[in-house]
Design a protein around this ligand. Sequence first.
Ligand SMILES: [Zn+2]
Length: 259
Amino acid sequence: MKHKIQYWIGRIQAHLMRRFAPKTLHVTTTRPVISFTFDDVPDSTLFYGATILEKYGLRGTFYIAGRLAGTLETTRQLINENGIAELAERGHEIGCHTYSHPNIARLNGTQLQSEIDQNRSFLSRILGKRWSATGSQLNFAYPYNAVSYFAYRRMAKNYRSCRAGENRINRGATCLQMLFGMEIGRPDEDVVQLKAEIDAVKAQPGWLIFFTHDISETPTPYGCTPAAFEKLVQYAVQSGCDLLTVNEALDHYMLAEAA
Ligand SMILES: [Zn+2]
């Protein structure tokens, strides 16, 4: 019952955010765009996720929660500081995912700002001043895809965009604080089914943002195997869609808006 109430509160807040978006992006429907993103981030995404993307000349967006870095959980090892630096060096985009991975809908303004600031300091320390200087270019993903209507103005001030879930494709007027994401998760048969979403974005262009967690031979329910992930990436490449990081896609749409 409690989960049901929380689910509906989340849905109502998401609706309000879209309705009264402080920053709206117009996702043009001329070219289909696909992005691959990773949350938390498990170290297997460096070994498999990043490597598979690079094999096809692609880069991903990795949303890091600093306090998780280097920790060992029951089912996964989180990427450490060297791994985060390596991802950035290999040309991947590093985004934010709060510092300690709370449900932000349950935080007050001071707590949320502290999460934002701590993660920015953490990443600045690892990636250097150049990264922190690009503050307004930073992108964010909500832990648990939990959005908050009461937080969105703060999010708009701190981030260029924020990604949630909802398993939908972004098209037309889109709230920048609530970009839709499409989950890649076990089992592999489900991952293969996601080819249909690539067909859908190709047929009716928009921005399809995939998100996942671990890419491992023994994945959690929130990740998938390297083989399934590669099949999906391969299919995306063959589709002829534009394959961009989140920040590159935003540049693409904002440039189109300015033209
Ligand atoms: Zn997360």
